[in-house]
Design a protein around this ligand. Structure first.
Ligand code: ADP
Ligand code: MG
Length: 568
């Protein structure tokens, strides 16, 4: 027990009574309302507590109870499809606020059908699956918390109240509790080898993120971070999505809450919510819970990766979380290092992205946690601390560009400031669909040459470019318009399969090949070559050729050859 001696917004100082030994990150129930907080620093006989709920009305002298446990989440069948607040409490309806100190943590209710996969006498490892529960179309595996011999195991109807097995003297339940700040200890890290396929061409083709990789989306206000995060959440090929709305405007979150339950998973046809957990911590909720919301989301992700699933975590926006950290550390009197952020900013950002990875589970399956964080630098200035440190820990950087967004060129990813370190790791996966490496290299080279020409064209006008350069500039524009530009709200263009992406790239390369051939052999003006109606057909195919008619694209290649063979 302790007593509140000082209150500064969400930061509360508690005098520790003699005999009590609180530890770092221990959960504390503060005051008469039992507000949820965490010990963030211990100074002699004082504990500094970060309170996750509004502290209005809390008074000096009120009690604070140390709970002996760390902030944790209950993980169990049924967690998919839920909407949680930053502390893991269930929001019953869209974005509804929970009374302070009152929330109920997620807990599995009712009966489940348990199918054991081990028999009595079997030896299992810590983290090994002992059976599964199929619930709402999803197979949840029950992992043994300890290694040893199975001495009891149930089959059929079970509930959370009683154990489903006994291993080496320990009860195994269908749920587990995990402390959110501690990374999963199950499984071992392996190399990433597959993309998190998103159906977004500029991402998949040029700047892929691997399953198990970390990506950041930096971009100023209104450049399309949220739309991109949601588009990826809708279309990516992860088994599970954890979407964290962190400190962003409440109405954005409400939109997701309204939209997601009606969307269908393009891979299974089931409701998208059945593979999703939403964590809502909007800007009107206490800032301190932004931190817990991110750790909470990653912990949920790890639960599923330990079963052998691929999980994508979206955090929108990590800047709001960093700002909360800045506010808390300021109130704690910590010395700010850069732009008011504490020295721990870098290590905190690292502690999040480090939890991304591809893993081999104890059962020998492949699981992964991919983390995609939006960053909102003030004024779109990428040299500010949060963007800079995030860049160090993420292998993919999708730089959203104010100019592109104003021109309504979406996704507004600037190909010249963006990068991916995963392209090399995912090429074997891509090879099953076509010659990815070759096509990608061609695209990147063409874009790089085009960048220089665009500067010239802007300065002097396109007409002043010599014919040879004009041709290159046209190739560059072709790639941008026909391939990189993609409308998230168009029913056909919103998603391109790997096969369609390869076909499209091949068609562009074919077209550019013929342009060059005609230009060199017949010495015709570039404007004449590039204005044949077949070009508009190529520009339209992203919206006009659906996934069920991609064979048409093969014909188009033929048609292009016919047009330019006899071009005059
Ligand atoms: P941010 O989260 O960076 O502040 P948003 O994601 O909310 O920005 O995007 C702002 C607006 O830009 C959206 O409401 C939408 O009109 C437009 N937009 C963004 N991305 C796309 C896209 N991929 N396709 C079409 N429109 C987009
Ligand atoms: Mg946004």
């Amino acid at each position: 027990m302790g007593r509140v001696t000082k209150i500064s917004g969400p930061v509360v100082e508690v005098a520790i009574e003699s005999g009590e030994k609180p530890f770092l990150f221990e959960v504390v129930h503060v005051g008469n309302l039992k507000l949820m907080g965490e010990v963030v620093s211990i100074r002699k006989n004082k504990a500094i507590v970060q309170v996750y709920e509004k502290t209005e009305g809390l008074k000096i002298g009120e009690k604070a109870a140390f709970t002996g446990s760390m902030l944790s989440v209950t993980l169990a069948p049924g967690i998919l499809g839920t909407i949680l607040d930053g502390l893991g409490r269930v929001l019953s309806r869209s974005g509804e606020r929970i009374e302070r100190g009152m929330g109920v943590k997620f807990f599995p209710e009712g009966e489940f059908n348990f199918v054991p996969e081990v028999t009595v006498g079997r030896k299992v490892k810590k983290g090994q699956s002992i059976g599964f529960i199929d619930f709402k179309g999803f197979r949840y595996r029950i992992l043994s918390p300890v290694g040893g011999t199975v001495t009891e195991v149930k089959r059929g109807k079970v509930s959370a109240e009683e154990p489903v097995a006994r291993v080496e003297g320990n009860d195994v339940f269908i749920f587990e509790e995990r402390a959110v700040r501690i990374p999963s200890r199950f499984g071992k890290r392996i190399e990433v080898n597959e993309p998190l396929f998103t159906g977004q061409r500029i991402i998949d083709f040029l700047f892929p993120v691997a399953k198990g990789g970390a990506a950041s989306i930096p971009g100023g206000f209104g450049t399309g971070k949220t739309v991109l995060q949601q588009t990826i959440a809708k279309w990516c090929n992860a088994d599970v999505i954890v979407y964290i709305g962190c400190g962003e405007r409440g109405n954005e979150m409400t939109e997701i809450l309204k939209e997601f339950p009606h969307l269908k998973d393009p891979y299974t046809g089931k409701p998208l919510m059945s593979r999703t957990v939403l964590i809502a911590n909007t800007s009107d909720m206490p800032v301190s819970a932004r931190e817990s919301s991110i750790y909470l989301g990653i912990t949920i992700a790890e639960y599923f990766k330990d079963m052998g699933y691929s999980v994508a975590v979206m955090a929108d926006s990590t800047s709001r979380w960093a700002e909360a950290m800045r506010e808390i550390s300021g109130r704690m009197g910590e010395l700010p290092i850069e732009e008011g952020f504490p020295a721990s900013l870098s290590s905190k950002i690292a502690s999040i992205y480090e939890r991304a990875g591809a893993f081999e589970t104890v059962d020998g399956k492949r699981g992964s946690v991919t983390i995609i964080g939006a960053v909102s630098p003030p004024g779109g200035d990428f040299s500010e601390p949060v963007t800079r440190h995030t860049k160090r820990f993420t292998g993919t950087f999708w730089a959203l560009d104010r100019e592109l967004a104003s021109a309504r060129f979406y996704p507004a990813i600037n190909p010249f400031n963006s990068y991916s370190r995963y392209a090399e790791f995912v090429k074997d996966w891509w090879n099953q669909f076509g010659n990815y490496k070759n096509l990608r290299n061609w695209m990147i080279e063409t874009l790089q040459e085009g960048e220089k020409l665009e500067k010239l064209a802007k300065l002097l006008g396109r007409e002043s470019l010599p014919e040879e350069q004009k041709l290159k500039y046209e190739e560059f524009n072709l790639i941008r318009e026909a391939f990189l530009r993609q409308n998230a709200f168009d029913p056909v263009d919103c998603y391109s399969s790997p096969q369609k992406q390869i076909y499209m790239a091949e068609i562009l390369k074919t077209l550019s090949h013929w342009w060059r051939k005609v230009f060199e052999e017949k010495k015709l003006p570039v404007d004449k070559i590039v204005s044949h109606p077949i070009v508009s057909e190529v520009l339209r195919l992203k919206t006009e050729v659906g996934e069920n008619e991609i064979e048409k694209l093969e014909e188009l290649k033929e048609k292009i050859a016919q047009v330019y063979k006899n071009f005059s």
